[in-house]
Design a protein around this ligand. Structure first.
Ligand SMILES: Cc1ncc(COP(=O)(O)O)c(C=O)c1O
Length: 453
């Protein structure tokens, strides 16, 4: 195929392909050239036996900081492994709260236990309903299931990859007690809109910021914008410790209760107190070793995020020039994203209907690791498994569960799941030449799309 036959569309036109009706119109647009290498000779795709675009390796994750070793070894040798015997978890909490601009931080064993604690302390109980983003890691739903409450999905906006705030109100019932917006991939949700609906209906807001450390909305850090914000420090995360999590909050009484809840129900302040357990609670504590690793990782955390941001903005600029490649759009009010994954949508109609699976295979063969984002999890078996349990049958009427099934139609999320493609955060720590390889590989696939059918 001649390179001059490649089609050029504006970003607005490509975005318009989200509505299927526009696609037919676009197919008839005139052929023009595009991309950063538009004069280059066509090369055979690696998946078809050609040379791959990216020959080198990609940054590995996580990085180990050797300077942390003496402190960690000393802590292990003295046997002060749990937070009741040491200062490191509290020290980390102070540092993390200060960095994020929150009054208080509670460190937890994981992001899941942070979410479970936040929802429990804010009053989510058996038989309640919680509005949640469908396009997320499964733990966002599971934290609701732990409380024997009903996760109710607010459809995604395929352009932002996030909960569509315009669709929240329609999902509220007399049992709704909270909203759990997810800043997925580190893309900030439009929190003013979420908080406005929440205030109007007396609902609590727990931000799932498990992928959004240092992201900003109207200049404030995500995780500080609702009643409570939750984070994950699992190994793939920007601030990794194997496992780990945190809750941020500004209300002392609520944060005291979170502390108590995560510490077997002991009153706040009594780490080892054996007498008096005024509330139910669990053991969701962070270990000393996790806190030490986190504090060592914090040394590079902000700089890494700056590199990811710079590379993501570069990709935004280059990728939107390729027909059928639509980078995420920031939600209203979002001022900084942090790219736990770099997401874009692949519009197969612009690639001669080459399926996303074939596109991903071709891109991987070019030396660019990629994946397809979250599936249509709202249709996975876990909901029917929960609803058929004795507990859920007692808590929710047949009529309510039928209504849930009838309303479990999420066209925005279906479209997003069909079209999403992601690069992991560690790719964004590469050089500008690495980013050019990503752009060149996708351009090469576009130019050779007819050979993939
Ligand atoms: C969006 C989201 N929510 C919740 C979690 C749960 O965190 P953890 O794995 O630390 O329990 C994760 C972790 O991957 C996540 O990405």
């Amino acid at each position: 195929m001649n390179i001059m036959k490649a089609k050029k569309f504006t970003r607005r036109q490509v975005i318009a392909t989200t509505s299927a009706g526009f696609i037919g119109t676009m197919i008839n647009l005139p052929f023009r050239s595009f991309g950063i290498n538009s004069n280059r000779q066509l090369k055979k795709l690696a998946v078809n036996g050609g040379e791959k675009t990216h020959q080198g390796s990609w940054p590995k994750w996580p990085y180990w900081d050797q300077s942390a070793e003496p402190g960690i070894l000393e802590m292990f040798r003295t046997g002060r492994w749990w937070r009741g015997d040491g200062e490191y978890v509290s020290e980390f909490e102070k540092k993390y709260a200060a960095l994020m601009g929150a009054k208080r931080c509670l460190a937890t064993a994981s992001g899941t236990t942070a979410l479970t604690t936040a929802l429990g302390v804010l009053g989510v109980d058996a038989g309640d309903e919680v509005l949640v983003s469908p396009y997320t890691f499964i733990a966002s739903y599971n934290a609701i299931f732990v409380h024997k409450a009903l996760p109710v999905f607010v459809d995604s906006d395929p352009e932002t990859f996030l909960m569509d705030p315009k669709k929240i109100e329609g999902k509220i019932t007399d049992r709704t007690v909270a909203i759990l917006p997810v800043h997925i991939y580190g893309l900030p949700v439009d929190m003013d809109s979420v908080n406005k609906v929440a205030r109007g209906h007396n609902l609590k807001v727990v931000e799932d910021a498990c992928q959004a450390w240092l992201a900003e909305y109207r200049g404030k850090r995500t995780g500080t914008l609702g009643d409570l914000g939750c984070f994950s420090f699992q190994n793939s995360k920007h601030l990794p410790a194997g496992e780990g999590g945190a809750i941020l909050g500004n209300d002392d009484a609520v944060m005291d209760r979170c502390h108590s809840y995560h510490n077997c129900g002991r009153p706040y302040g009594g780490m080892k107190a054996e007498k008096g357990y005024p509330s139910r609670g669990y053991n969701y504590r962070m270990q000393q070793s996790q806190a030490l690793i986190l504090m060592s990782q914090m040394k590079r955390f902000e700089n890494d995020n700056d590199i990811r941001l710079s590379n993501a903005l570069y990709l935004d600029k280059k990728l939107k020039e390729i027909p059928g490649i639509v980078p995420y759009k920031l939600a209203d009010g979002a001022t900084r994203a942090v790219y736990h994954l770099y997401p874009f949508r692949y519009i197969k109609e612009m690639f001669n209907n080459v399926t996303k699976e074939k596109f991903l295979r071709a891109l991987s063969a070019e030396g660019i690791p990629c994946s397809s984002g979250y599936g249509k999890q709202n249709k996975d078996g876990l909901f029917e498994e929960a609803f058929s349990s004795r507990g859920y049958k007692r808590l929710f009427s047949e009529a309510r569960l039928k209504q849930w099934r009838d309303e479990n139609i999420l066209p925005g999320n279906d479209q997003l799941s069909d079209q999403a493609v992601t690069f992991s955060q560690s790719l964004l720590l590469g050089s500008k030449a690495d980013m050019d390889d990503i752009v060149n590989a996708i351009t090469k696939i576009y130019e050779n799309r007819e050979t993939l059918i």
